[in-house]
Design a protein around this ligand. Structure first.
Ligand code: KIV
Ligand code: ZN
Length: 507
């Protein structure tokens, strides 16, 4: 990858930093599915995980490295031999592997966390880069907490790691402390003071604690940075990372000012955002820029009047340019498997035969219940079927009695390790009774952190989409379910959360 003056590289860290968002843990199927979407989107580098962190992380990075051939795949490693060896083992089979190694550089971190001197950190950073370069020339180095690091020391460190062979140097605003103008100045200062800086691509990685991650990333680009580390929907540690869709659409919409371009196919943004929400259960707020439900909704009469006269009056980019299109009615009950497969391909999903068979069966079931099936309905089925993990628990049937004169009762049959188990649950309402039955059948009692239901499309025959978040071992696990009956959707979401929790426990 060579630096051209006006081409920026998009380094996606949704699967690594993004996964550090509370409740966002993803299983290997979900990570692979999302990596495929990132490849379609046209990102340059996928940071697939932190291989030394767990066996599961290692396996996911390795599988992504083996299967996603059109994108560079990076594995994260602290600046030590064991981490770097493990990261290399995970990414070695990638078409274009990258090792990303990091160590803290601010005095605050050196004093309170690492208990090391600046000289020691400099030596360890250089040794780490040297070791990583013995595996691949594609090595990235990050001085963690760079924005609170002494500038002179930062320049010295950056120069030293480039001399050791780092081809990308990333400047993280780890705690989201920087102010855009100041961050732009820091990048400019690095370009002015570090003699060998043009031998590497300068990258930035901004956190959103002050809501400034995108603004800081843009300021850095205006001052010479050419790689941006970001995530879809801006998910990430604490307040998240810079949102990729916002950075990319800013430079595309204001190309007059930036004069830069990326390799991103922006019309895939909306779908990528929805897929991530489906996987993690973390919904985007309606007023979220670019991908929020209201991002292109014009409410005011004056605005609507202007738009009718000319779209450019109040629209600086089109909904189509980010993939937000009118909801389509998918063929009906008589549509065949091929038609559904073709339609999904047009929506950007290419399924294996087995996946298509499963989606088609569910489509037929839904078409018996609901006259019109929309893209969103098909997507809800797709996300459930395609990202389904090995399941310990399955819903067989659910019968609920409720109302203002009945004690809400749920009679339920489930498969647990392929054995049929039946129970009745009671509660203050039908959902409570349903969850009570599940808890009895599965002999579990994880605290329920969140329960949400919404409609996938409009109309009273819309599918209900439920999200359940359970607490397990200090972590939270999400589950989803969709069905025209909201109680069935809720039961499926609870059971899905339990299945995902089982996967996490095994890991
Ligand atoms: O925020 C941070 O500093 C990081 C580094 C590992 C790049 O995520
Ligand atoms: Zn980070």
């Amino acid at each position: 990858m060579e630096a051209h003056d006006n081409r920026i590289f998009i380094f996606d860290t949704t699967l690594r930093d993004g996964e550090q968002s509370p409740g966002a843990s993803m299983n290997i199927h979900e990570k692979l599915g999302f990596a495929r979407q990132l490849e379609r989107l046209g990102v340059d580098i996928i940071e697939a995980g932190f291989p030394v962190a767990s066996e599961g992380d290692f396996a996911a990075v390795q599988q992504i490295a083996r299967e996603i051939r059109g994108v560079q795949v990076a594995g994260l490693a602290r600046a030590n031999t064991a981490d770097i060896d493990r990261a290399w083992q995970a990414v070695a089979d990638a078409a274009r592997p990258r090792i990303h190694t990091f160590i803290s550089s601010s005095d605050i971190h050196l004093k309170h966390q690492l208990h090391k001197t600046r000289a020691q950190v400099l030596r360890e950073a250089c040794a780490a880069v040297r070791h990583a370069c013995s595996y691949t020339p594609n090595v990235e180095f990050s001085p963690m907490d760079a924005t609170r690091t002494d500038r002179g020391y930062l320049c010295e460190l950056v120069e030293a790691v480039i001399a050791e062979g780092a081809t990308t140097v990333n400047i993280p605003d780890t705690v989201g402390y920087a102010i855009p103008e100041e961050f732009g100045d820091l990048i400019a200062e690095l370009f002015a003071r570090v003699k060998n800086i043009r031998q590497a691509i300068i990258s930035v990685h901004c956190h959103n604690d002050l809501g400034l991650a995108v603004a800081c990333s843009l300021a850095a680009l205006r001052n010479g940075a050419r790689q941006v580390e970001c995530t879809i929907n801006g998910i990430g540690e604490r307040a998240g990372n810079a949102a990729m869709e916002e950075v990319v659409m800013a430079i595309a919409t204001r190309s007059d000012l930036f004069g830069l371009h990326s390799g991103i196919h922006t019309e895939n943004f909306f779908q990528s955002s929805k897929l991530l929400t489906q996987i993690t259960g973390i919904r985007v707020q309606p007023n979220k820029a670019i991908v929020g439900a209201n991002a292109f909704a014009h409410e005011s009469g004056i605005h609507q009047d202007g738009l009718i006269k000319d779209k450019t009056t109040y629209e600086i980019m089109t909904p189509q340019s980010v993939g937000m299109t009118e909801s389509n009615i998918v063929l009906g009950k008589h549509s065949g498997r091929h038609a559904i497969g073709d339609h999904l391909r047009q929506m950007g999903y290419t399924l294996s035969d087995d996946e298509l068979n499963r989606v088609f069966l569910r489509f037929k079931e839904l078409a018996d219940l609901k006259k019109e099936i929309f893209d969103e309905d098909l997507e809800a089925i797709l996300f459930e079927e395609v990202f389904r993990i090995e399941e310990r628990y399955n819903l067989v049937y659910l019968n609920v009695v409720s109302g203002n004169v009945a004690i809400p009762t749920a009679t339920m049959q489930m498969e647990v390790d392929k054995q049929l188990v039946q129970e009745a649950g009671f509660g203050v309402g039908p959902v409570d009774a349903t969850f009570d039955a599940i808890r009895k059948i599965t002999k579990t009692n994880y605290p329920l952190l969140k329960y949400l239901v919404s409609a996938v499309t409009g109309g009273t025959d819309a599918q209900g989409e439920a999200t359940v978040q359970l607490k397990y071992n200090g972590r939270s696990v999400m589950g989803h379910g969709a069905h025209p009956d909201v109680l069935v959707a809720s039961a499926k979401a609870y059971i899905n959360a339990l299945n995902r929790l089982e996967w996490l426990r095994k890991e």
